[in-house]
Design a protein around this ligand. Structure first.
Ligand SMILES: [Zn+2]
Length: 81
């Protein structure tokens, strides 16, 4: 019966370690998720700053826009011939 009791103690110890380490791992994952979210936000904000703005009305223009959707001003793109 000694082996059986050792097995129970071992399994209890393993369960305890798993129970303690699980929330810690989850917290680390959440931190990584938060960092990834912040990086995505930074990327998006950088991308937004690259989007051209209408010189007449200040409307944000998409890359595909040829005319301003607000005032209809033709958009001249640099580098495009
Ligand atoms: Zn405009």
């Amino acid at each position: 019966m000694q082996i059986f009791s050792i097995f129970i103690i071992l399994s209890l110890a393993i369960m305890l370690v798993a129970y303690i380490s699980q929330p810690l791992l989850q917290k680390e994952q959440n931190l990584e998720d938060l960092i990834e979210q912040e990086v995505e936000k930074l990327k998006q904000s950088k991308h937004e700053s690259e989007i051209s703005i209408c010189p007449r009305c200040g409307n944000q223009l998409k890359e595909s826009d040829r005319f301003c959707s607000q005032c209809g001003l033709p958009i001249e793109k640099k580098g495009s011939k």
